[in-house]
Design a protein around this ligand. Structure first.
Ligand code: PLP
Length: 267
């Protein structure tokens, strides 16, 4: 047998949009997966045109282009966890759901990216419908921010109690766990995230970073959680570790045009 069989690194597959400037999307995922000591594989759902000033355009891939990337990767690598980010169209979300079912990918972390930090729509209405109906029932964890949680739950969220209600409501779509990131809420100097795992609630409190806007924080958090899960950590620990990583990376972040980029230089 000439096939190499001693590849035992935990593989984390990112399925996301490419931001060539490296602030968010695939490159942010890959940096994070490497930082946690896992092996990154990356499949691109769309190419975005962007830099620190914002997103000026998107070319979405179709399902053939997505499958063309996924099949060789999944037929060769044993993927321990999958993290999805920007999925621009219903066609792309359906293809991801089909792939997750076909390859029985059990550890799926969905970052339901809907809008860029600069306000550009990254997911169309059909994609949101497919996400709710086809992909979330197959997912282990979904990590919405407040506007995304409101869209998935169908009601507005004003406070921590609302986050708990939204998490319970999103869980009823079939996903095992929901982490709602409270950064958009008015909670003073505190940043509050709520995790609902099969109905068990954990509230994570941290110091809110003032003044700066950061690109790639959502990507890094979800990719960090996926990497920790791939390494065998329980969910609550994985969330804690990924939050710590994001906090440290924020402190180290270089800034372009007043926006921080999550980048923790290695050697
Ligand atoms: N993925 C892509 C390709 C993006 O362009 C963006 C934001 O612009 C995101 C994900 C979400 O980024 P963030 O981690 O800042 O929420």
């Amino acid at each position: 047998m000439d096939q190499q069989t001693d590849f035992d690194l935990p593989v984390v597959l990112s399925i996301a949009g490419l931001d060539p400037s490296g602030g968010a999307g695939t490159l942010a995922d890959v940096r994070t997966i490497l930082a946690f000591g896992c092996y990154p594989a990356a499949v691109i759902t769309a190419i975005t045109f962007q830099n620190a000033a914002g997103v000026s355009g998107v070319v979405a891939h179709d399902s053939d282009t997505l499958r063309g990337q996924l099949t060789p990767v999944l037929s060769e690598l044993r993927v321990a966890a999958v993290k999805t980010g920007m999925m621009p169209t219903g066609e792309i979300v359906r293809e991801v759901a089909r792939t997750v079912s076909h390859y029985q990918l059990r550890c799926l972390v969905v970052d339901p990216v809907m809008t860029s930090t600069s306000g550009y729509e990254l997911m169309d209405a059909a994609a949101v419908t497919e996400l709710r109906e086809k992909l979330l029932p197959l997912a282990f964890l979904v990590t919405p921010n407040i506007p995304e949680a409101e869209r998935l739950a169908g009601f507005s969220v004003q406070d921590e109690e609302g986050m708990r209600r939204a998490a319970a409501s999103i869980r009823r779509l079939g996903v095992r766990a929901v982490l709602i990131k409270g950064g958009h809420l008015e909670t003073g100097s505190e940043a509050v995230d709520v995790l609902d795992h099969d109905g068990d609630i954990t509230v994570f409190r941290g110091v809110r970073v003032q003044n700066w806007e950061f690109r790639g924080t959502g990507c890094a958090l979800a990719a960090g959680i996926a990497a920790c899960l791939a390494l065998g950590n329980p969910l609550e620990d994985s969330v804690r570790r990924a939050r710590d990583y994001v906090s440290e990376a924020i402190l180290a972040a270089p800034k372009i045009r007043g926006r921080g980029i999550l980048f923790k230089p290695g050697r």
